[in-house]
Ligand binder design. Structure first.
Ligand code: VTB
Length: 329
């Protein structure tokens, strides 16, 4: 071990994400009455409201660069909205009070509440183009994977880098008709799939975290989710590459007007140009990344993950909340 003392040790500073986690906890708790009740908008509305209230207590000047509203026609934390007290660091913020509103409404697994933050002016606003193609791995994939190569080649290259066989590689991909060929190709290469109903942010993070069963997350998903994932990947030290995937000429034109690049591989640095990123997520329903909200008599238990690139910390926070404090508020 090095005897050098790290700068962080000498100058410990604030971890904003430790305060922001209260907002994802609140959103997750507020979504609970809607789990499995078939009311997607109700769930999202409750989570948005709770998240906005708690964000309002945090000393920072957050500019919502990525709200989820536009794409899903959901209740918004608006793009361009300022959140926080306005005192403290100026930041860009991506919010998804529930990534997996359909999962929540159906009572399915893997719904999370999330917030990603970076320094002001450093987060790519990709909101004019709904989808992007993505590939995400842990650090072993750096300089190894290439989104332009066939998936089989990427699987074999990553397997080699990880000292595994391609048969041992597990690839998370959204279960969509558009991915039929991709899923065939993954299996053709010998790897296994984990098909996700929704929630490719959690899929991407699981690919980069140590100690999970996912090695890679690929496929076409939401661009806002891609940029939020990039914030997390910067904190985890993994690899992410994306290519915008417009659906129509109009959308392409809107993207070009907004300064977005097509047929271009976006790296983590291009999606989030700051090295100061935070990412927090709390489980709404149970999932591979975090457990969902649970009730134990008078206690509501939440599980969250809190990432910070500057310090390289990955925290898992289990919190017990007195249920009576949350009733009728
Ligand atoms: C994904 C998924 C999200 O959008 O990004 C997906 O992670 C992509 O869009 O949870 P489609 O659902 O249209 O395939 C979500 O499902 C919802 O924002």
């Amino acid at each position: 071990m090095s005897t050098e003392t790290g700068t962080l040790f000498l100058h410990p500073d604030r971890n904003l994400a430790l305060e922001l986690v209260r907002a994802t906890e609140a959103a997750a708790i507020r979504a609970v009455p809607f789990i499995g009740k078939g009311d997607k908008l109700g769930a999202d509305g409750a989570a948005v409201d709770a998240m906005r209230k708690f964000l309002g207590t945090v000393d920072f000047d957050g500019l919502v660069v990525i709200g989820e509203g536009e794409k899903d026609n959901a209740p918004m934390l608006f793009n361009g909205e300022h959140v926080g007290t306005g005192r403290g660091p100026a930041c860009d913020i991506a919010v998804d009070p529930i990534d997996g509103t359909s999962l929540t409404a159906a009572g399915r697994q893997n719904a999370i509440s999330m917030i990603a933050v970076s320094d002001r002016g450093t987060m790519l606003d990709a909101s004019s183009v709904f989808y992007m193609d993505k590939i995400v791995t842990g650090a072993e994939g750096i300089g190894i994977i290439d989104i332009h190569r066939p998936i089989g080649d990427n699987i074999r290259a990553l397997a080699k880098a990880k000292g595994k066989r391609p048969e041992d590689i597990v690839v998370a991909v959204l279960d969509r008709p558009r991915h039929a060929q991709l899923i065939d190709d993954i299996r053709e290469a010998g790897a296994g799939t984990r098909l996700m109903l929704d929630g490719d942010v959690a899929g991407g993070i699981n690919a980069a975290l140590y100690g999970t069963r996912i090695d890679m997350c690929v496929g076409i998903g939401g661009s806002p989710e891609g940029v939020a994932t990039a914030c997390a990947i910067k904190a985890l030290g993994g690899e992410i590459q994306t290519i915008l995937y417009p659906q129509t000429d109009d959308e392409r034109q809107r993207g070009m007007d907004a300064g977005l690049k097509f047929d271009h591989v976006y790296t983590a640095n291009e999606m989030v140009s700051s090295d100061n990123t935070f990412f927090v997520a709390t489980g709404v329903t149970d999932g591979g990344l975090v457990k969902g909200v649970r009730r134990y008599g008078p206690i509501i238990r939440t599980e969250s993950i809190v990432l910070r690139s500057h310090s390289g910390t990955i925290r898992r926070i289990s919190a017990d909340h007195l249920a009576e404090k949350w009733l009728d508020h």
